[in-house]
Design a protein around this ligand. Structure first.
Ligand code: TRP
Length: 453
């Protein structure tokens, strides 16, 4: 497909909004609080922020360069630049498929919670124990979560079918600012809850005694997951950027916005967790138990709850769209399918995987793979292995292999912008990212102990 017939995104703001739409999602509001809670809070937050700035930002910029310089899907982009690196594109396509497998399930939960808020059903409960029981009964039910997951897959399909400009761009423009506004309201409310101070201390006060190599890997995986990097999503989106989009500013804005939402989510969740008396290490159910508890203490609780879950559905949707788009544009450009057929191929295959992942939490729970159910396995494999591996390969590719002239041209928009920190950018991609990523991997495999004991 040539450049002229491919879609492009509108003004300056839409590149940021669309990329932020992909980044900001359940990763920030559902996954971040639960892994931060699982990994000790404050110290995790600090390591997370370091990962975002030192590794996330340069790698996102690198993906933008690859995408906009080729105007291709993730696989096609790497093949165009260097056939030997095509594998990196395939890693992305595979990871996008596997992420959707569990992401659609959680998205389905948000849809269910939204509907139960609208009907007032959620207001029938009040204690943390009741919310925990409600959540458990729901996810273990053999057909309801599958139904909601399927509905969510179809919702994503409809927007993808509308195309890049109409579907993706428009939905991101309105809904992102709205989400931010409601998070601010909720965080103020949460801070005022009795006993909330302890939650803030947990979230902001680093306790390094609890930090293990696994904590660092999980923080890194969470950073990549939240920023949507490592698997070519940003390559795909940047392939729609215009020639005058400032890649550096776009990457910086997206990164800051994404971190802001994650931290706000922490400020909403942790005071409430401590105030209501829930264990911060409750795992994937954390926000689904905590949030209804917060709303319960507010006047007009079901109104707030409905709006919040609606926004969560939307945040999830702008992220599932980006993952779906990676697969759809891959099938259409590489397998030469029509966009319609490509979208259906993606929709049907991911729906089957997501249904299995959903059932693995209940009806099929008796068939673990490597000791984990399918849902947890997909989450762990993608965030902690495939994304960091993809990030490592991306930094090596852009830092060492890609022609410097391409990098310079993309970063300066063909000479019209200045790029004073070119040296620093290249240094981060060439040395810092690969070194840190390799160390974290080795450390987790237990190989570094040999040298330090
Ligand atoms: N970043 C999204 C979130 O935080 C999820 C997501 C969308 C993603 N596209 C991705 C994660 C690509 C990894 C890679 O919810």
């Amino acid at each position: 497909m040539n450049r002229q017939t491919r879609a492009t995104l509108g003004g300056k703001l839409s590149a940021v909004l669309v990329a932020a739409g992909s980044s900001v999602g359940l990763g920030n509001i559902w996954r971040f609080p639960y892994v931060a809670g699982d990994n000790g809070g404050g110290a995790f937050l600090l390591i997370y922020i370091l990962c975002v700035l030192l590794l996330g930002l340069p790698i996102m910029t690198g993906e933008f360069i690859v995408g906009r310089s080729t105007h291709r899907n993730a696989v096609g982009a790497y093949r165009t630049l260097s056939p030997r690196w095509t594998l990196l594109g395939y890693n992305g396509v595979l990871a996008a498929f596997l992420i959707l497998g569990f992401y659609f399930v959680v998205s389905g939960w948000t849809l269910e919670y939204m509907i139960h808020s609208l009907t007032g059903e959620l207001a029938h409960y009040s204690t943390a124990g009741e919310y925990t029981a409600l959540f458990d009964t729901f996810v273990r039910n053999p057909w309801r979560p599958v139904l909601y997951t399927t509905l969510f897959v179809l919702l994503t399909h409809v927007i993808i079918a509308l195309g890049v400009e109409k579907g993706i761009e428009r939905s991101a423009k309105v809904l992102m600012p709205l989400l931010l506004a409601i998070l601010v309201v909720l965080s103020v409310h949460s801070l005022l809850m009795p006993g909330g101070g302890e939650g803030l201390r947990f979230f902001f006060k680093p306790d390094f005694s609890a930090v293990t190599p696994r904590t660092v890997l999980v923080a890194l995986g969470q950073a990549f997951f939240s920023l949507s990097i490592g698997i070519g999503t940003m390559v795909t989106y940047a392939s729609y950027f215009k020639a005058d989009t400032n890649l550096r500013h776009t990457a910086l804005s997206v990164t800051l916005l994404d971190s802001l939402v994650a931290i706000l989510a922490g400020v909403v969740i942790f005071p409430a967790v401590f105030s209501v008396g829930i264990a911060p290490e409750s795992g994937p159910s954390l926000v689904f138990i905590t949030l209804p508890g917060i709303f319960n203490t507010m006047p007009l609780s079901m109104v707030w709850s409905s709006i919040f879950f609606l926004l969560l559905v939307v945040a999830a949707l702008t992220s599932t769209i980006s993952l779906h788009e990676v697969l759809t544009v891959y099938f259409s450009e590489e397998w030469h399918l029509s966009r319609r057929a490509a979208a259906w191929t993606t929709t049907l295959s991911t729906a089957v995987l997501a249904a299995l992942a959903s059932l693995s939490l209940g009806a099929l729970g008796g068939y673990p793979i490597f000791g984990k159910n399918l849902f947890d396995g997909l989450d762990f494999l993608t965030a902690n292995i495939l994304l960091p591996l993809g990030g490592l390969a991306t930094s090596l590719f852009v830092g060492w292999h890609l022609d410097k002239r391409v990098i310079r041209r993309e970063m300066t928009n063909d000479g019209s912008l200045r790029f004073r920190i070119f040296g620093l950018f290249l240094f981060l991609l060439r040395y810092v990212c690969p070194a840190v990523l390799c160390l974290i991997f080795l450390d987790n495999l237990g190989l570094l102990k040999v040298f330090f004991t």
